[in-house]
Design a protein around this ligand. Structure first.
Ligand code: NAI
Length: 269
């Protein structure tokens, strides 16, 4: 992809699932990658190893560096320190991938305020604060940059019993479009991807049970769940200069999930 070589990318929640695939793919495209992890440095080392192998296998002077950076995105002080650490290490943050996210299932009438704060604090407030810190650096350095938010089909499809998740992802759409408009004339593009059902640890409840997986996949027009690598492909496109005129958009990568699957066959002949 055009324009990625030598850029610096920060990926939040990069030690598993979609974030890990994005970090590895960005390294493969020639980016220096900061791999954010919340708690487990060993997982970050594992991601780092995989990224470096993919980026540098068989290349002597590969020029790509991967860097694990600790930070809990629900804590403002962690985010400020994390973005600063990446700038100190690489001189800039050109690409931010807001990927870290959680979900929880609770009937809405039983939801505690603390749980609302927890999910929104990671998924939405955390993403905003990462974007704010990155934008500050880009403006100070008068650099162009790219922010990509990992949203969800649930920025469009309501999700009963997961209202905090829906609130966070519907909110992410508003954040993507607003920041895109606010900084469009300063060379900062802001976009999102909206994955459908993807095989990652967040979905252990059904990916580890073939019957449940088949049930989930029966609702998807393409008949299968997506992979983290398929999500990463879209992210590198949006991060690259091949998408240089794209801003404020959400790219749905969902095997047709948002296409009103009930209309696949006529309702009456
Ligand atoms: P995952 O559970 O493997 O990844 C989530 C990552 O976020 C983990 O690495 C976790 O450690 C990190 N994280 C959680 N809280 C954090 C915090 N406070 N600070 C820093 N990192 C934190 O699951 P997956 O699927 O890879 O999720 C990545 C993103 O993709 C999430 O935003 C999720 O909402 C989104 N997504 C996933 C879909 C799926 O079907 N797997 C569908 C649509 C969206």
């Amino acid at each position: 992809m055009k324009g990625l070589k030598g850029k610096t990318a920060l990926v939040t929640g990069a030690t598993s699932g979609i974030g890990q695939a994005i970090a590895i793919r960005l390294a493969e495209e020639g980016c220096n990658v900061a791999i954010n992890y919340r708690g487990d440095p060993e997982k970050a080392e594992d991601t780092l190893e995989q990224a470096m192998k993919r980026a540098c296998d068989g290349i002597e002077a590969c020029g790509v560096t991967a860097f694990p950076v600790q930070g809990d995105v629900s804590k403002e002080s962690d985010i400020v320190a994390m973005v600063q650490a990446v700038v100190d290490k690489f001189g800039s943050v050109d690409i931010l991938i807001n990927n870290a996210g959680v979900q929880s299932e609770v009937p809405s009438h039983e939801l505690e305020a603390d749980e609302v704060d927890r999910v929104l604090g990671i998924n939405l407030r955390g993403s905003f604060l990462c974007a704010r810190e990155t934008i500050k650096h880009l403006l100070t350095q008068q650099r162009s940059g790219v922010i990509i938010n990992v949203s969800s089909v649930h920025e469009r499809i309501p999700r009963p019993r997961y209202v905090t998740y829906s609130m966070s992802k519907f909110g992410m759409q508003g954040m993507t479009q607003t920041l895109a408009l606010e900084y469009a004339d300063r060379g900062i593009r802001v976009n999102a991807i909206a994955p459908g059902a993807t095989i990652t640890p967040i979905n252990d409840a059904w990916t580890e049970d073939p019957e449940k997986q088949a049930e989930v996949e029966s609702h998807i027009p393409m008949g299968r769940a997506g992979t983290s690598e398929e999500m990463a492909s879209a992210v590198v496109f949006l991060a690259s200069d091949d998408a240089s005129y794209v801003t404020g958009q959400t790219l749905f990568i969902d095997g047709g999930l948002t296409l009103y699957a009930d209309f696949q066959e006529p309702w009456s002949a």
